[in-house]
Ligand binder design. Structure first.
Ligand SMILES: Nc1ncnc2c1ncn2[C@@H]1O[C@H](COP(=O)(O)OP(=O)(O)OP(=O)(O)O)[C@@H](O)[C@H]1O
Ligand SMILES: [Mg+2]
Length: 268
């Protein structure tokens, strides 16, 4: 994975047009408009949250950025290239559900993308194995590397899914309500874990786009919050969060931004 030496900060904001640029993007499934028209850009170094009501088109937007579904109109680019064609930029998507293969251990699930990439079932090289073990450690699952998914709690399964997504060494990490199904305490702990991986500089991550329903989570995690309308998702407001980490929900600025975001997201 070319783990970067800690301290080398590849995440400093760049004065460019944006790593991810959506320009009047529309996503459509048959007769159903799922999202847009919507325009936004994500800069290198940013942690962005997409906040919007259920069914508004958030997952569809992430899938389009990942190049998994086409857009109906507008322009979408990753480092200036169409999604899926930006060879120099790897995009990793973590789905709403962990989707682990039940007959494979944690480690075997995490190495799956590497196996698929090399087309060699069961055979990964030593560096990939050590990369996977490092990721297992980063997500705090070292003791469960050889456990099967049914032996893991929901939060552990989500951590394994996060490690599997990071195994492809993405430049851009797309997270679809990564810990949405978990209780609040577990969710907070995993969000802290995610932030520490992001801030560590130990990966080549340049931007994170996280879908969430939770306003406090968006304020706690992001540099900017894109507040979306109900379907088809349009941009209602961009809320900048200029607070240093760790963020304290009891802090007056935190509460103010929470209020601003809540007001922007309120159904009209
Ligand atoms: N593959 C698909 N085929 C047809 N319609 C789809 C498809 N995927 C999504 N849709 C429709 O697009 C709309 C947006 O769905 P999407 O999953 O993007 O919403 P979401 O904001 O992620 O919702 P949630 O918060 O509940 O996960 C919905 O009306 C959904 O029915
Ligand atoms: Mg969704």
């Amino acid at each position: 994975m070319n783990l970067r030496a800690v301290g080398l900060d590849s995440r400093a904001p760049q004065p460019d047009a944006g790593l991810v640029v959506a320009d009047n993007v529309v996503i459509r499934f048959g007769d159903v408009d799922a999202a847009g028209p919507i325009s936004f850009s994500v800069m290198s170094g940013e942690f962005i949250s997409l906040l919007g009501p259920s069914g508004c088109g958030k997952s569809s937007l992430l899938r389009a950025i990942a190049g998994l579904i086409p857009i109906a109109s507008g322009r979408l680019s990753i480092a200036g290239q169409p999604p899926g064609e930006a060879a120099a930029m790897r995009v990793g998507l973590m789905f709403q559900k962990p989707l682990l293969l039940p007959w494979r251990t944690t480690l075997q699930n995490i190495v799956l993308p590497a196996e698929i990439a090399t087309g060699s079932s069961g055979a990964i090289d030593r560096s990939e194995r050590s990369q996977a073990l490092e990721l297992v450690r980063m997500v705090g699952l070292s003791e469960f590397a050889d456990a099967y998914p049914h032996q893991l709690s929901g939060g552990m399964q989500q951590r394994a899914a996060l490690a599997r997504t990071l195994m492809s060494d993405p430049d851009i990490l797309l997270l679809d309500e990564p810990f949405g199904a978990l209780d609040e305490f577990t969710r907070e702990a995993l969000n802290e874990k995610l932030l520490s991986i992001w801030k560590s500089g130990a990966t080549r991550l340049k931007a994170v786009i996280m879908v969430t329903h939770s306003i406090p989570e968006a304020v706690a995690m992001s540099d900017r919050i894109l507040v979306l309308s109900s379907r088809p998702a349009r941009l209602l407001e961009v809320v900048p969060v200029r607070l240093s980490h760790p963020r304290d929900p009891a802090n007056a600025d935190f509460a103010r931004i929470l209020g601003v975001t809540r007001a922007a997201a309120r159904p009209s």
